[in-house]
Write a protein of this length. Sequence first.
Length: 321
Amino acid sequence: MKKNKLVSFICLCAAAGTSIYAINKVIDFLAKGLNFLSDSDRIMYDWRFAKVSYKVKGTGSPILLIHDLDPSSNLEIWNQTIESLSKEHTVYALDLPGCGLSEKPAITYTTYFFVELIRDFIHDIIAEKTHIMVCGNSSAFVTMAASMENDYIGNLILINPIDLHTISCNPTPKSKLSKLLLELPILGTLLYNINYQELKIKEALNDKIALTDHITSDLVKTAYKSAHLSGSYGKFLLASLKGKYFTANILPALENIVQPFTIVYGKSKKGAYENANEYKTINPSIEACSISNSKEYPQFENSEEFLKAISIYLEEETVEE
């Protein structure tokens, strides 16, 4: 009797595992078929750790645009900004590894991994002093890269930079367990796919965007495809985020930044004003401005006001040849 129960349990587990595997594969297949995130205008940078997808447009002094770190994020959030800035600048925008059309290696992602990416991308691809605009939690590795590259990184514009307390949180047993679960081959992928359903993505965007009419079906589907390309291997980036493996002490970098440094924040984002003031306490030379009718993505939510606000910080003469 006990033997029969054990065999039945094993068969049940095998059937459940097979079903979950099939569901994961169907989700990946359907995501690939979505008509979003075209690679027709993309170039691939064969970086030493991953292939990185980027686009370039315009002529003039270079600007590098970097989205926030989340598997559903991608360079498309900059589309309106790219179009306007490319009239006077050479604009580069990339999909970070683990996001969009870039490779999604099955590794532990850290702040220092992305510091090296930014340094290498500027040296290998742009090859001259570059302004950087960056969103959200990606601000940590850009700040660290800027403190190391005075000769290659010019003006910094941080959009809703990461809270200084969040970036200093070390991994805990609970966060390490979250990372371990997400990295499991079948169950971890299922948990990831549940977390990145279209409905869940839309709910997340509702928290990040001030006006709901900006949350279009195209925006949601683009984020969905970004999250599910490459066999849902974006889960490894999410696992590192959940595991708190992006811990870094950026205070020394903040204190030593010599480049012009500006924080732009959404006026409707809770705590954004206080966060900007905390940065200014660390380095009084930092400037800050708010953009109305916006939260996480003022460059997308209120592009006209955003471009007007940053124009003074992107004057060509501020970048030394």
